[in-house]
Design a protein around this ligand. Structure first.
Ligand code: HEM
Length: 338
């Protein structure tokens, strides 16, 4: 097939996947801007996208774009080196005009990929991946000893940018991205045969502006996120605390409802007029499931205490009583069993 068998076909694939990745990066920087201007809306977007089918399809498409772009880049580099053989380090008549980034596209790409690996471990793995796995509260990533639900994007920002090395690694990644994207545009225009006319220069200038604005925004965001994270902005801001509180309150109510539903199922076949049988079934249920509900309630209370300390009493409400009631009953059952 032309897209794989010819050199121009392979460059074409690089160009098309490159354009799509530039569009993604542009969308991404705009999304981050929401976190900058309106953090509660950013968390709503994180919740909306989450691990829903449309977000998963988009992520899979994005991963395919990255993989194709990287495989074709390696393929083209190997092909070029083979074609040039030992001459590849010789200074030829054309080389002085070739920009620094042109000769280093592969190295720049590797720096961007290295940044991406760190970045995906810090964010995607803790957000979309955890949601995909339906992880229990107890095994979610933690901040100050409390679980962070996948939709609390702002707390993941706080966690990542509280590390001293994060802004350094990110800014190195952004600079590599600037050179890589800028030269990528230039090289794409050559691939599609746009050479040496007025529009080529105009497009190059648009590409340079586009890349510079995107990268400058990323750098500004990394700086603001770092400053805010070090002052604990994302865990002290009252509007955000209210948003975290709503989540924990709903989670607490869901735990109580789930408990009631499971007890109802456990007592389904028991004759409730027979007090002994009903008590035995309740005890059995508590022995087998009580601790699980206590742990879940404890995780919610812990989340509310750490992430919305100003409003925690309204959030915890009856969950605290529910947990105390369960603990007392579990203790009683254990003592009776001895
Ligand atoms: C200040 C800089 C950045 C911040 C704060 C940031 C933040 C985030 C967050 C919160 C997510 C997780 C979204 C989710 O899974 O729900 C994410 C995902 C991602 N980011 Fe970034 N990002 C930054 C820069 C970049 C850059 C420069 C690139 C690319 C070169 C990039 C590529 C990605 C990719 C590929 C994903 C995975 C998308 C998916 O879920 O499919 N990010 N980022």
């Amino acid at each position: 097939m032309w897209l794989t068998s010819s050199s121009i076909g392979r460059k074409f694939v690089m160009a098309i996947t490159g354009i799509c990745l530039v569009l993604f990066v542009t969308f991404h920087v705009l999304m981050n801007a929401v976190a900058l201007i309106w953090p509660t809306a950013y968390n709503q977007v994180c919740e909306f996208l989450g691990a829903n089918w449309y977000a998963l399809v988009a992520s899979a498409g994005l991963a395919a774009l990255f993989i194709i772009h990287i495989i074709y880049a390696l393929w083209l580099t190997i092909q070029n080196r083979r074609a040039r053989g030992n001459d590849r380090y010789k200074v030829t008549a054309r080389q002085p005009q070739v920009e620094w980034s042109s000769k280093n596209m592969l190295v720049l790409g590797i720096v961007v990929v290295a940044f991406l690996v760190v970045h995906l471990i810090q964010f995607w793995y803790k957000m979309q991946f955890q949601e995909m796995m339906h992880h229990e509260l107890a095994v979610l990533p933690q901040l100050n000893g409390a679980p962070i639900p996948p939709s609390f994007g702002t707390l993941f920002i706080q966690q990542a940018f509280s590390e001293v090395w994060t802004p350094i690694v990110y800014i190195i990644g952004f600079i590599a991205l600037w050179f890589h994207m800028n030269h990528g545009f230039w090289s794409m225009l050559h691939t599609i045969g746009w050479d040496n006319n007025l529009w080529l220069n105009r497009l190059k200038s648009i590409a340079c502006w586009w890349t510079s604005i995107v990268v400058a925004l990323f750098i500004a965001q990394a700086i603001v996120f770092t400053v805010r994270s070090h002052s604990n902005y994302y865990s002290t801001n009252l509007e955000l605390q209210e948003q975290y509180g709503e989540f924990w309150k709903a989670k607490g109510e869901a735990i109580i409802e789930e408990f009631q539903a499971e007890v109802a199922v456990a007592l389904n076949n028991v004759d409730l007029n027979d007090a002994f049988a009903a008590q035995t079934a309740q005890k059995k249920f508590l022995e087998e499931n009580g601790q699980r509900f206590v742990d879940q309630a404890a995780a919610v209370i812990n989340g509310a205490e750490k992430q919305c300390p100003e409003i925690k009493t309204q959030v915890i409400g009856q969950l605290g009583q529910f947990k105390a009631f369960l603990e007392q009953n579990i203790q009683k059952t254990e003592q009776q069993a001895k």
